[in-house]
Write a new protein. Structure first.
Length: 237
């Protein structure tokens, strides 16, 4: 029995090493970006004016995910001034420092009327949020036109979740980051410091940024594919 376990562990470590090298190699290509982009755009369309703009929460406030999503919500709310805005984030609405109330405060500061904002504060995953939003404050929303705002990697699963529970008019707006337009290259030797026998990296933006960003994308993609698989097995999408 001990030899079988040892053999299994060796094979597992070998397979894990091969997988690591493959992922490391892919991070030098554009494949992770296009996979990430596909998760965000494959079901993302705006085909009609939304009656409700739904912000699916991503973390605390402030946080990168919620600030990004809130920025896109504000932009959409100004573009569609008659739409209601639903903040779907769990939290205590009686606490002004809770995450949903802080998000609302941020939206109001950027020109969104308080009267336009509604809350869904109970759902703690996408399936639960979709179920709760079918009937909100006595209003049946399944036949209403929605615009879902969430992070790109979550967009495909979010749209499928809402469609699964009966929503028929689901539009989507993925909160993609914009690339910095400035040229970030530099000359290492002109910046002083230690002169070492190592390659200069100032001109290599692919190594300084693209490689690391793609490693991050690979983690996001792996997590989201696992979530899609679980939701599919549960019959939630």
């Amino acid at each position: 029995m001990g030899s079988k376990i040892l053999k299994f562990l060796k094979r597992f470590v070998f397979a894990a090493g091969i997988l690591f090298l493959i992922l490391l190699g892919l991070s030098f290509t554009t494949s992770p970006y296009y996979a990430y982009h596909w998760l965000g755009t494959s079901l993302a369309e705006v085909n009609e004016k939304p009656e409700y703009i739904i912000m699916l929460g991503g973390g605390g406030m402030p946080s990168q995910s919620n600030l990004m999503r809130a920025w896109f919500v504000v932009d959409a709310a100004h573009q569609f001034p008659t739409s209601k805005v639903i903040i779907s984030i769990p939290g205590n609405l009686n606490d002004s420092l809770s995450t949903p109330k802080r998000v609302a405060t941020d939206l109001i500061k950027r020109g969104i009327s308080k009267d336009r904002i509604l809350f869904e504060q109970h759902g703690t995953n996408t399936r639960w949020q979709a179920l709760n939003l079918r009937l909100l404050h006595g209003r049946l929303l399944t036949q209403k036109s929605l615009l879902i705002v969430t992070s790109p990697e979550h967009m495909r699963r979010s749209v499928l979740c809402f469609q699964k529970v009966g929503f028929t008019k689901v539009n989507a707006l993925p909160a993609f980051e914009n690339m910095l337009e400035a040229d970030l290259s530099f000359d290492d030797d002109k910046l002083g410091g230690n002169q070492l026998p190592i390659p200069n990296i100032g001109k290599s933006k692919s190594f300084r940024y693209q490689f690391w960003n793609h490693l991050k994308y690979e983690i996001l993609i792996a997590r989201e594919l696992a979530a899609l698989g679980y939701y599919k097995l549960r019959g939630w999408i």
